[in-house]
Design a protein around this ligand. Structure first.
Ligand code: DC
Length: 231
C-alpha cells in the first residue's frame, strides 16, 4: 500500500522549538519544510528598509505588490532559506530589530492575506511540514496532522537567549524575555487569525524531552495518520 504524502501543521508560541522538530521531521520524511514565520519576518524587513508606515493601508498594499518571496534550499544549513526579491535574507530576519516589529506587522490584515495565499499554494503538492501560529487553524485547516507545541517559559527564554547570544553577545536574558512575552501577547490577541490551538491538534510539550524523544513521538503520530490515509 502506498503511503500518501500528508500535510503537517505545527503551531505554537515563540521559541518552543517548532522549527527544530519541523526541520528534522521533513528531512526524515523527505518532505518540504516551510518556515512561515520567515515570510512575516522578510516582509517586516522590507517594511523597515523602505520606511513603510504600518498604519497606512495604501502604503502597505503598494509595498506588498513589490515583494516577491521564495525559498531556496541551502545545503550548508540543510534548510530552505527565505529569499526577499531574490536576496537571501535569512541572516537579517533573525535580528532583534526585526523581532521587535514582526508581531505588529504580522497582525496587519493585508499582510496576513498576502502571506496566507502563498502558504496555501506551497501546500498544493502536499508532502509539507509548515510551522507558524495559524497553520492548523487558517492555512491548512484540513491538515492530516496538527501539532500544537508548548514549553515552559523558562525553557523558551533560555533557548532563545542561547540562539541569539551566538551572534550578539551584548544581549541580555531580560531583553529576550520581554520580546518573547510581547510577541506571545500580540500573536494571541490580534484580530486576524490569532494563535490558538486547533480543536483537532495534538499537544507536544517538549520542556523535558530530548530532540530524539520528541522526533520519535512525532514520527509515531505521522505513522498513525499515514496508515489511516493509505490507499
Ligand atoms: O516563528 P517566528 O518567531 O519566526 O515568527 C515571527 C512572527 O511572525 C511571530 O511573532 C508571529 C508571526 N507569525 C504569524 O503571525 N503567523 C505565522 N503563521 C507565523 C509567524
Amino acid at each position: 500500500m502506498a503511503k500518501p504524502k500528508i500535510i503537517i501543521a505545527i503551531d505554537g508560541y515563540s521559541s518552543c522549538g517548532k522549527s527544530t522538530v519541523a526541520k528534522e521531521l521533513a528531512a526524515r520524511l523527505g518532505y518540504n519544510y516551510i518556515d512561515s514565520g520567515a515570510m512575516y519576518r522578510a516582509i517586516t524587513l522590507y517594511f523597515l528598509r523602505n520606511n513603510v508606515d504600518f498604519k497606512d493601508s495604501a502604503e502597505i498594499l503598494n509595498a506588498l505588490a513589490d515583494i516577491h518571496l521564495s525559498f531556496a534550499f541551502n545545503e550548508a544549513s540543510n534548510k530552505s532559506e527565505i529569499q526577499l526579491n531574490d536576496e537571501n535574507v535569512e541572516h537579517y530576519i533573525r535580528d532583534m530589530i526585526v523581532a521587535e516589529k514582526v508581531s505588529e506587522v504580522a497582525a496587519i490584515k493585508e499582510v496576513r492575506a498576502f502571506a496566507t495565499a502563498q502558504q496555501k499554494k506551497l501546500g498544493k503538492k502536499r508532502g509539507i511540514v509548515m510551522d507558524g501560529r495559524d497553520i492548523g487553524t487558517t492555512v491548512f485547516p484540513d491538515a492530516e496532522l496538527k501539532i500544537f507545541m508548548t514549553a515552559s517559559p523558562e525553557v523558551r527564554v533560555k533557548r532563545r537567549f542561547q540562539e541569539l547570544y551566538a551572534s550578539n553577545p551584548n544581549i541580555t536574558l531580560e531583553e529576550v524575555k520581554h520580546n518573547l512575552e510581547m510577541r506571545d501577547y500580540i500573536d494571541s490577541n490580534r484580530e486576524e487569525s490569532p494563535l490558538r490551538q486547533a480543536d483537532d491538534a495534538v499537544v507536544l510539550d517538549n520542556s523535558n524531552l530530548t530532540r530524539e524523544e520528541q522526533l520519535e513521538k512525532v514520527i509515531g503520530w505521522v505513522e498513525d495518520r499515514t496508515a489511516a490515509n493509505a490507499v
